[in-house]
Design a protein around this ligand. Sequence first.
Ligand SMILES: Cc1cc2nc3c(=O)[nH]c(=O)nc-3n(C[C@H](O)[C@H](O)[C@H](O)COP(=O)(O)OP(=O)(O)OC[C@H]3O[C@@H](n4cnc5c(N)ncnc54)[C@H](O)[C@@H]3O)c2cc1C
Length: 390
Amino acid sequence: MRKTADAVIIGGGALGSSILYHLTTKGLRNVVLLEKGELCSGGTGDSAAIVRQHYSNEVSILLVKKSVEIFHHFPEIFDGAQVFHNTGWFFLVPPEAGAVFQENMARLQRLGVRTWEITPQEAAADIPGLNTAGIGRVAFEPDSGYAEPYGMVSAFVAKAKAQGAEVLTYTPARNIRLEQGRISTVVTDQGEISTPIVVNAAGPWGKEVGRWVGLDLPLEISREQEIMVEPPADMPPLRRTVSNMVDRTYFRPEAGGLILVGVGHPKENEAADPNNYRRGANQEFVEDTARRIAHRIPALERGKVIKSWAGLYDITPDWNMLLGKSDEVEGLYLSVGGSGHSFKLAPAMGLCLAELIVDGKASTVDITPLRPSRFSDNAALRSTYGGNRA
Ligand SMILES: Cc1cc2nc3c(=O)[nH]c(=O)nc-3n(C[C@H](O)[C@H](O)[C@H](O)COP(=O)(O)OP(=O)(O)OC[C@H]3O[C@@H](n4cnc5c(N)ncnc54)[C@H](O)[C@@H]3O)c2cc1C
């Protein structure tokens, strides 16, 4: 293990690995990433990893647009790694959300996202057997889809290592030491690393890492469940990724003809301890989710739930990440609070945070709206649809 580094990243999920790759690409090569378990063992590994661009605030739209661009060029940048599935994305919206839908579509189009409205019948032509009852409007994004979390993280890490980074798995950071209020050392069981910069990318454990330097980060942890369904053999394969506001589900194809299904927002948070939570899904959730998806695609009444699991969201008060420099601790950067939707933002967020660290300013997208101090500045972000997502 290196004894000194230009920067230490705590956390080997979507955010930590992306920041690592982008830092080394920008020339900061002596960077160490510490991961307490395997890469992807936090929220990233449990993610549905849906990549859609339908956000309602400008900073998220610009970031996701950049991420989609990176996903589309992934094999060229990362030695042939194919991690993105460009299935296209449908957003099924109930009639009562029509006005907000209209407003958001106009904003997305103005900011250059390729999206347009289609009819429920056109959606059903692409998803044979789709029950169109209750669907008021449908948005289509041809460039969206989903990605493979482990593949993405591995590709970031492999390239970063080739560019000089050190990546240590099963090596938890245990503490951070300050000297005169500045970052000076990261403590691990294998020794200490002297560094002027630490990035807290510890996801649901980010609050714990913040406490080491006296911060009380505004993060709530919620347990989130998903199921995997095997469709009946006579059902045509699902080809599109779908967020369905009508029944509050999201679903997408998975390798082997399977379908991943989760339940969308708004919904209650389920407080969880990241060091001790139930990894399996609850029976009640499995049954309810299977019922919801079978209502929308009736052939799935004959489907089989073959797997279910629970992961963690780390949620900020406005459901957007804390991304930027800490005002309290010199040399500390925060990249926590993914709030259940930041997998897709990770490629662009990593780039922007690396720009901030190396150049003093993020030039690809201005990430000041995500600055950790925004809550005390009374500048929390707002989202639409009355839910708790951006
Ligand atoms: C069920 C579920 C579904 C989701 N669906 C979507 C979706 O469809 N689309 C989307 O965009 N987003 C989705 N998300 C959200 C998205 O997956 C997360 O926002 C994102 O992956 C978070 O990445 P991260 O790197 O911040 O955190 P994590 O992936 O949690 O990574 C943090 C890492 O830090 C490590 N760590 C913690 N403490 C220490 C320490 N002391 N020392 C060393 N390492 C440490 C952990 O082991 C972990 O690997 C979903 C999340 C869940 C749980």
